[in-house]
Design a protein around this ligand. Structure first.
Ligand code: MSP
Length: 687
């Protein structure tokens, strides 16, 4: 049977800086949905990529002293770059598009010409405001406190000859699409779009620039480059082969089933993109889902704020799967969520180490201890349980229908079996409903209810007590353990899209081979062979020591921050001139250190007794204890300015100041006292 195609995309990322945990959130979520669809048997095309043109990139490349192409190549392909990050995070994209790829550039030129030929692009003059980091045009009235309403950064004046796209022409059709269909989700985003952008009047969109060159040239008007968002949005069709010969998947996969995007770029995907497609006469994507942001301390993460969280550090410390899981288990996908390391560690300890990890390790350990790793034949599903499985396969029975069918007396341990089975047999449906509504956090919550039920089942059945009399209770014990293995198998299948590698290990430990891992089998009981080989392997999710891990994380971010700093930073030279007479007023002298000691109760100050050639000792206090031990300075010849007015510090008088050289090295202040040749006599004037 032909598989149903499913096309899902992430935004294509700007390769202007290293990606942070917020970008990772978006891609991991899309990856989990793509994997879920593959698990269900769909023919998935999962696209991601990089959005490499625009003024911001051109400027950054200039600052770095390289060409824009070299600049983006580095960020995309160098070790630790975007491709590496997706590999590390186990992202299963089927295709990766770069907007500098030749086939894409060629297709963009054709698309631009098509829009022009359709009469939807005309030449005019652009005058307004431009936000470089967001590559967005704004009118004066759209600004927020004079700044970009999306990112809050200052905008610049922009005025130049430009082509315009007749966005206004499509306002009615786009409004209708948003209001009267479920094209855009969550629904709250529809109101944002309609109230903030469409109803106040949709203006035509400036779609070419002449003030920089790093973009796709308009082939019929050299000097113009295509506006980066027209270039970027079109990636969703050029990556399938639209208007190019590189791929041939357009007919199979377009229209896309869903574009997953962050909330700040919903505007481009839900207004501009449909309007462009309407103009091109192409079908519209079936859905745009605008997810929320991961916030840090309640605010947006950004490189300029210096508060980005590095996914490499977290993945290395806690494991890729734990990080993927945390992102999707904790934050409802459509809303903003506050990221914190504490929350991450708590989630790992509670859900992964305590609940899932314990279920698997306790169960496999007991199968090993009591049955040598293989349960006896006959420990699998009972006739009643097979009947229950059938009941669920036909319809989802209510709890009372199940109780009626079984009618077990109070205290009968079979009651626990039935409860566990019912929880496990209904979870796939609940999970599916949540995943179909882009609610991975709800899907995971459903799975964890079952895992918690299974841990309770262990306590209810107390296998360690049953094991005391194997002759009498061995059969029951084996059945209890089989039920636990079967629950772990079902949960493992549903967790695979979120934690592929860990679930692979879970299956290996619980003896669930390929035949027991399918989507279909996740809704059935009794699939695992009774005599499957069970092994207690490594702990799937070790507990994290919160305090220790937080301190290590802080250190790791500090190290990373320092590593990213320029090696040496010098104070900029002063541009203001000083006249010669003023300069000569500073009396700089060679001085010899006769004595030096730390000032009591001060962490910084050293007290110097100096020979300045006058025959009377001079006292100078200097805040340099962080760099020098007093005993190392005795006998040295230093330089001091001696005609500064005396100053009191910590109750002591300082008559002058010692001269030092200072610079920053890897973010730390470095200081070197100016020491001169000891042959220079005390009191010699420096001029
Ligand atoms: N290049 C455009 C997208 C073009 S799509 C045709 C762009 N790139 S981006 O690199 O700035 O952002 C990519 C995605 O990362 C966006 O969906 C954005 O919302 C998401 N995120 C960036 N920071 C984020 C958080 N802190 N939290 C969640 N997602 C965030 O926009």
């Amino acid at each position: 049977m032909e598989k149903t195609p499913f096309y899902i995309t992430t935004p294509i990322y700007y390769p202007s800086d290293k990606l942070h945990i917020g970008h990772t959130y978006c891609t991991v979520a899309t990856d989990a949905i793509a994997r879920y669809k593959r698990l269900k048997g769909l023919d998935v095309m999962f696209l991601t990529g990089t959005d490499e043109h625009g003024q911001k990139i051109e400027d950054k490349a200039r600052e770095a002293g390289v060409t824009p192409q070299q600049f983006v190549d580095h960020i995309v392909t160098a070790p630790g770059g975007i491709l590496d990050l997706w590999k590390l995070m186990n992202i299963s994209n089927d295709r990766f598009i770069r907007t500098t790829d030749d086939y894409h550039v060629e297709a963009i030129q054709k698309i631009f010409r098509k829009l022009y030929d359709n009469g939807d692009i005309y030449k005019g003059a652009y005058k307004g405001k431009y936000c470089k980091p967001c590559e967005s045009f704004w009118t004066e009235s759209q600004l927020k406190d004079g700044c970009c309403p999306d990112c809050g950064r200052p905008v610049t004046d922009a005025e130049e000859e430009a082509y315009f796209f007749r966005l206004s022409k499509y306002a009615g059709r786009v409004r209708d699409l948003l209001v009267n269909t479920d094209f855009l989700e969550p629904r709250s985003r529809v109101n944002e779009m309609v109230n903030n952008f469409i109803d106040p009047g949709l203006e035509d969109l400036c779609v070419s620039r002449t003030s920089f060159t790093w973009g796709v040239p308009v082939d019929f008007d050299p000097g113009h480059v295509v506006y980066v968002w027209v270039d970027a949005l079109s990636n969703y069709i050029t990556a399938l082969g639209y208007q190019n010969g590189r791929y041939d998947d357009y007919d199979t996969f377009w229209p896309a089933d869903v574009h997953i995007v962050g909330k700040e770029i919903v505007r481009f995907h839900a207004i501009i993109w449909p309007a462009m497609l309407m103009s091109l006469g192409l079908p519209l994507p079936k859905k745009v889902f605008g997810h929320g942001w991961l916030l840090l301390d309640g605010g947006k993460m950004s490189k300029s704020k210096g508060n980005v969280v590095d996914p490499y550090i977290l993945a290395e410390k806690f494991g890729v799967d734990a990080l993927r899981f945390f992102l999707l288990r904790t934050f409802p996908f459509g809303s903003d969520g506050n990221f914190s390391n504490e929350l991450l560690i708590q989630t790992i300890n509670t859900d992964l180490a305590n609940d899932l990890g314990n279920l698997v390790s306790r169960t496999t350990a007991m199968v090993g201890k009591y049955f040598g790793g293989t349960l006896p034949a006959g420990s699998g599903a009972t006739e009643d349980e097979k009947y229950l499985d059938e009941l669920y396969a036909q319809a989802r029975p209510t709890k009372s229908e199940v109780h009626l069918s079984f009618n077990f007396p109070e205290g009968d341990p079979v009651k626990y079996d039935v409860e566990l089975l019912c929880a496990a047999l209904q979870v796939r449906d609940a999970y599916e409903t949540a995943m179909e509504h882009f609610a991975p956090h709800t899907a995971l919550a459903e799975v964890f209810k079952v895992i918690q039920r299974a841990n309770k089942y262990i306590d209810e059945n107390a296998p360690w007590t049953l094991a005391k009399d194997m002759e009498a209770n061995g059969g029951r014990l084996a059945h209890v353990l089989y039920n636990l293995l079967e629950t772990a198998r079902i949960c493992g299948i549903l967790l695979t899209p979120f934690m592929p590698d860990s679930c692979e290990k879970l299956f290996a430990q619980t003896g669930a081979d390929e035949n027991c891992r399918s989507w279909d089998s996740a809704a059935h009981w009794g699939v695992l062979p009774e005599t499957a080989a069970v092994t207690k392997g490594e702990n799937l999710f070790p507990r994290v020591d919160m305090e220790k891990a937080l301190a290590e994380l802080e250190q790791a971010s500090e190290d990373a921050r320092k590593a990213a700093l320029p090696p040496i930073e010098l104070e900029p030279l002063l541009t203001e001139e000083v006249d010669f007479d003023t300069f000569c007023k500073s009396d700089l002298r060679a001085v010899k250190v006769k004595a030096c000691e730390a000032v009591k109760k001060s962490a910084k100050l050293l007290r110097f007794t100096l020979d300045d050639g006058t025959g009377t000792d001079r006292q100078i206090l200097s805040g340099i204890h962080a760099w020098y031990e007093p005993e190392d300075l005795i006998g040295k010849t230093l330089v001091a300015i001696v005609n500064l007015p005396p100053r009191k510090m910590m109750g002591l008088e300082s008559c002058g100041m010692l001269i030092s050289a200072v610079h920053m090295e890897k973010g730390e202040e470095c200081l070197h006292l100016l020491m001169v040749d000891d042959a220079i006599p005390a009191g010699a004037k420096l001029c």
